[in-house]
Design a protein around this ligand. Structure first.
Ligand code: ATP
Ligand code: MG
Ligand code: FE
Length: 335
C-alpha cells in the first residue's frame, strides 16, 4: 500500500510517501519557524497563508523524491486535528481534492496518534500494547496503546503542555522560539540541582500533570534575581527547570508501565527529542527492566510520515473517511 500523507496542523507544511505504514519513500518538511520567530510564536493567519503557498510544491517534491506519480497512490492520509483550524483546512482540502481526482480512499488522522505512530516507522518490530508518553508543543498525554488504532488516555496535563512550558521558560530566559531545543542544549552545561524548583506530582494516584506552577516558580526566581541585581546563571536555570519537568514525566510513565505490566515504554512528540528526558527514561527503564523507545529526532516533531503511518493502520482495519471529512481543531484521542 502506497500512502500519500499531508500534515498542516501548525507551522510545518509536510508531505510524505510511505510503503505499508512503516517505510518512508519521502518525507518533505517545510518549516515556517523562521517566519514565526519574529513574533515569538506561531501566528495562525500567517501559518495558513504559508501552507497555501507551499503545499503544492511540497507534494510535488514528495512524489519526485519517492519517484512515483499520483496514479501509484493507493491511499491518502491527512491530519484532521487537533491543530489550527485555518492551517488544517489547507491540508484537508488538498487531500480531498487528490483523493477525488485519483478515486482512492482518504483517512483523516488524529495528529497526536500520528506522533505515536512515528515509532512504528523507526522501530520495525514494535507492536502494541505499550505504555506511551506523548509530550508535544500542545499536549501532554499518558496513554496505554491497546492496538494500532485504540488508546486509553490515562493522564493528561491540567494546564500547560510540556513543550509549552519549555517554550515559555525559554522566552523568560530571553531565548528565541521554539525554546525547547535551546533549553536542552543549555542544560548540558548547567547544574541540574543548582536550584530546587518544585516537582508537581498532584494527588497520590493521579497520572495527570501540571506545569504552570513550575513555570511560575522559574519566573519568580528570575524576577527576584533581577530585582536584587544578582547574576543569573542561565545554564543552571535551564538545567534545574528541565530536571523538574523530566523527573515527573519519567516517574509517572514508569509507574503506569509497572501497573499495566508493560514491557515497553514509547515516547512521542517534540519533547521526546529532549536528551535529558531520553537519558533519564533510559536509565530508569534499565533499572526496571522496561524497554525504552522513541523516534529519531526528525520524526519527533511535526512531519507527514507519521500521519501516513497512522492512516495506514486505520485503512487496514477498514476505518476510512469520505469526502465529507472536515477539520476538528479539538479532536481527542479515541479509546
Ligand atoms: P501538538 O503536537 O501538541 O499539536 P506541536 O505540533 O506544536 O504541538 P511538536 O511538533 O510535537 O508540537 O513539538 C514542538 C515542541 O517540542 C515545541 O514546544 C518545542 O519547544 C519542543 N521541543 C522540540 N525539541 C525539543 C527538545 N530537544 N527539548 C525540549 N523540547 C523540545
Ligand atoms: Mg511546529
Ligand atoms: Fe505536533
Amino acid at each position: 500500500t502506497i500512502t500519500l500523507a499531508i500534515e498542516t496542523s501548525c507551522d510545518e507544511t509536510s508531505c510524505a510517501i510511505l510503503r505499508d505504514g512503516r517505510e518512508i519513500l519521502s518525507n518533505i518538511i517545510s518549516s515556517q519557524i523562521e517566519i514565526h520567530r519574529e513574533f515569538g510564536g506561531v501566528v495562525p493567519e500567517v501559518a495558513s497563508r504559508k501552507h497555501i503557498e507551499n503545499i503544492n510544491i511540497i507534494i510535488q517534491q514528495a512524489l519526485d523524491e519517492a519517484n512515483i506519480n499520483f496514479h501509484d497512490i493507493d491511499l491518502v492520509g491527512v491530519t484532521q486535528g487537533p491543530g489550527l483550524v485555518g492551517a488544517l483546512l489547507v491540508g484537508i482540502s488538498t487531500a480531498k481534492a487528490i483523493a477525488y481526482a485519483i478515486d482512492k480512499p482518504i483517512v483523516g488522522v488524529n495528529h497526536i496518534e500520528g506522533h505515536i505512530c512515528a515509532n512504528y516507522i523507526d522501530h520495525k518490530d514494535l507492536e502494541p500494547p505499550f505504555t506511551c508518553l506523548v509530550v508535544s508543543g500542545g499536549h501532554t498525554y499518558l496513554v496505554q496503546a491497546k492496538s494500532y488504532t485504540e488508546y486509553e488516555l490515562v493522564g493528561r496535563t491540567r494546564d500547560d503542555a510540556a513543550g509549552e512550558a519549555f517554550d515559555k521558560v525559554a522566552r523568560a530566559l530571553g531565548l528565541s522560539y521554539p525554546g525547547g531545543p535551546l533549553i536542552d542544549e543549555l542544560s548540558k552545561k548547567g547544574d541540574k540541582y543548582a536550584i530546587d524548583f518544585p516537582r508537581v506530582y498532584l494527588e497520590q494516584d493521579s497520572y495527570d500533570f501540571s506545569f504552570s506552577g513550575l513555570k511560575t516558580a522559574v519566573l519568580n526566581y528570575l524576577n527576584q534575581k533581577r530585582q536584587k541585581n544578582e547574576d543569573i546563571i542561565i545554564e543552571d536555570v535551564a538545567a534545574s527547570f528541565q530536571q523538574s519537568v523530566i523527573e515527573v514525566l519519567v516517574e509517572k510513565t514508569i509507574k503506569l508501565a509497572k501497573e499495566r505490566k508493560s514491557d515497553k515504554i514509547v515516547m512521542a512528540g517534540g519533547v521526546a527529542a529532549n536528551e535529558g528526558l531520553r537519558s533519564l527514561m533510559n536509565y530508569r527503564g534499565k533499572e526496571e527492566g522496561i524497554k525504552i523507545l522513541y523516534p529519531s529526532r526528525i520524526l519527533c516533531t511535526d512531519n507527514a510520515a507519521m500521519i501516513g503511518s497512522a492512516a495506514y493502520f486505520h485503512y487496514m482495519e477498514g476505518d476510512i473517511s469520505n469526502l465529507y471529512l472536515n477539520v476538528e481543531p479539538n479532536l481527542e484521542l479515541k479509546g
